[in-house]
Design a protein around this ligand. Structure first.
Ligand SMILES: [Zn+2]
Length: 617
């Protein structure tokens, strides 16, 4: 065989073999199965071979390459290094361009080290017979692939047996449960919540077939406490998470309950603070984490996926979710899947054709500043000077980028939902779609989701769909993300599992109390920020001292009916209005269960502040 041809084929074989093995070992082998593994390997092999063959056809006869590759072994090395460098350089560029999770760098390093290790191993094994390097190396690679493929097959069998054993506990029709958290999506930017741009046609369709809560609020303004409230049905002051502490093991999450009942529980989250890092994954059988979405596919696909899909997660996540649901159906399992997708989280990338549609009539005067704000890695901007010099159209284009992220995620959701529908799985799944918090897009001179508990950061979507038990309708009562926990458990006839300290209400059960108060909080060692909505009024109490520009006074009171933008603080008026919110909040703060392991004291200080304001009786 021509030396450069055999060398390039050998280099390709080694690299694709090592890469595929690495993917299997790191990405949670669940949805692979031997067939997909071999297919992946073949495609990867083909792409790398095509690249190297082209390279060699063009350059193999040049003097430099001839000098560098005098022996067959050196031919192989040269080819291998070229394709390895090209691959890694592309990946580094892509990871650096749009990753905000350091974990991808770690995986990249591990990937590179692993490939190096396999290469050295193969070279070492062939050193005894340098003349047959090609045949012997190929044989070792094929053996490695067969070994990994076989392991994959055995693992899948074992998993299938475990899933069907667990599902034997179920009697009658029990749905799968999909908890879909659209991280950082504020409800008023979804078309089903009345947004003028058609940002979410696919979610709209699902909402039309289920229950849409028009006025739903997150229990917190950011990811860890917001998620934990969804998973436990408790407000932040009770579950104690301020982002710096893990979710304690003794808190009972919906996952743990469903796991005990026989559900197979799988987590996939694109936001690294919405999973293992916060101990949110307790009760999950399989934590596919943040790695899976971009590491499901080998390098050439990842490049394709980053460049062409402009992928920041949800495309691959939904593809994986689809495979998992299909697999579960085939094996008679009952799945509880938690999916977090983070497109709407900063930085806001531009997705077409949506962005062009949303900005068609705009005249953007300061594109550099808009780009800075759009791409900034500072997640929170509370400095109004950063908005100086921006026109309304500039701000509208910033919002259009955020909207295009939502539309892109919705498109991927639509593909997934259609695949689920085609297979008849969608109607056998209880879908809960919500968000952990909203986002400021210039309101109150703020971007991101800092602890200013105004409505842009608290109003989130809440949609439930399960045609067997949920009639299509819209409810307008104020509801909270803490209601998800009791609603899901009630619907699955697991009322007995809801402990008395769960603070949410069953949205499908009795009529919600008319005088219901909704609470949201960002607790912190300084005391935190709390909001209380009751009737049409909203009280925000700030016990932290570091946001004086927004809180010249400790408390703000708004009439949401006449002032939905929360611009006119009624407590600034010379005559403080009568209101029922202060005593209510003070009694609530008084009732907070302060966890002994929480580094936070609440209650007494809060009460003193409230009394000083004349709130408390
Ligand atoms: Zn979040």
């Amino acid at each position: 065989m021509i030396p450069w041809l055999s060398a390039s084929l050998l280099a390709t074989t080694v690299l694709s073999c090592a890469e595929c093995t690495f993917i299997i070992l790191t990405s949670g082998r669940f949805w692979f199965g031997p067939a997909l593994f071999f297919k992946t390997w073949l495609i990867y092999f083909g792409l790398n071979a095509a690249f190297l063959l082209t390279f060699n056809a063009l350059f193999a006869r040049t003097a430099l390459v001839q000098r560098l590759a005098k022996t067959q072994r050196r031919h192989f090395f040269l080819n291998f290094i070229i394709v390895w460098i090209v691959d890694s350089a592309l990946l580094v560029t892509l990871v650096a361009r749009d990753s905000y999770a350091g974990s991808e760098y770690l995986l990249l390093a591990l990937n590179t080290a692993f490939i190096g290790f396999v290469t050295l191993l193969i070279l070492r094994l062939t050193v005894a017979a340098p003349k047959d390097i090609f045949k012997i190396s190929m044989a070792w690679c094929l053996l490695l692939i067969l070994a990994v493929g076989s392991l994959e097959w055995v693992a899948e069998r074992k998993l299938a047996a475990a899933v069907s054993r667990r599902s034997a506990a179920f009697k009658g029709d029990v749905p799968h449960v999909l908890l879909l958290i659209l991280d950082t999506v504020r409800s008023d930017h979804l078309s089903c919540y009345g947004y003028p741009f058609k940002t979410s046609p696919n979610l709209d369709q699902l909402a039309q077939e289920g229950l849409l809560c028009r006025n739903s609020y997150s229990a917190s303004n950011w990811t860890p406490p917001g998620h934990i409230s969804i998973f436990t049905g408790k407000y932040p002051a009770q579950h104690g998470n301020n982002g710096n502490v893990h979710m304690p093991d003794d808190l009972v999450s919906v996952t743990e309950i469903l796991n005990q009942q026989g559900y197979f529980c799988i987590a996939m989250y694109n936001n690294p603070t919405a999973g293992r890092g916060m101990n949110l994954t307790q009760g999950f059988d399989l934590d596919l984490g943040v790695f899976s979405h971009s590491w499901i596919l080998p390098a050439p696909f990842r490049i394709w996926y980053k460049l062409v899909w402009r992928g920041s997660g949800s495309r691959a996540t939904f593809l994986a979710a689809e495979r998992i649901f299909t697999w579960m159906e085939k094996h008679g399992g009952h799945l509880f899947m938690y999916v977090n997708i983070t497109e709407a989280h900063a930085p806001y990338r531009i997705h077409e054709p949506y962005f062009s549609q949303y900005t068609a009539n705009l005249k953007i005067s300061n594109p550099a500043r808009v780009r800075y704000l759009r791409m900034t890695r500072d997640l929170i901007i509370e400095d109004s000077s950063r908005f100086a010099g921006l026109s309304n159209d500039d701000l509208a284009s910033l919002r259009a980028a955020y909207d295009s992220e939502i539309a892109y995620a919705d498109r991927n959701l639509g593909r997934f939902a259609q695949a689920m529908r085609d297979q008849g799985i969608l109607d056998r799944t209880l879908l809960v779609a919500t968000s952990d918090h909203g986002e400021f897009l210039g309101e109150h001179a703020t971007l991101g989701h800092p602890e200013l508990l105004f409505n842009p950061v608290l109003q989130v979507p809440l949609i439930l769909r399960y045609p067997d038990r949920i009639a299509p309708r819209i409810i307008t009562e104020n509801v909270s993300t803490v209601d998800i926990f009791p609603t899901v458990l009630n619907l699955l006839d697991l009322q007995s599992q809801i402990s008395s300290d769960v603070q949410g209400f069953d949205l499908l059960g009795m009529k919600l109390p008319a005088d219901r108060a909704l609470l949201s909080a960002n607790i912190s060692p300084e005391g935190g920020c709390y909001s209380l909505i009751k009737g049409g009024r909203k009280l925000i109490v700030n016990q932290d001292n570091f946001l004086p520009q927004y809180f010249p006074v400790d408390s703000l009171l708004f009439d949401l009916n006449s002032d939905p933008g929360e611009l006119s603080n009624l407590l600034d008026a010379s005559t403080p209005p009568e209101n029922e919110l202060g005593p209510f909040l003070s009694s609530w703060l008084n009732d907070i269960t302060v966890r002994p392991d929480m580094p936070i004291r609440m209650g007494e200080d809060a009460l003193v502040n409230l009394r000083a304001l004349g709130y408390s009786h």
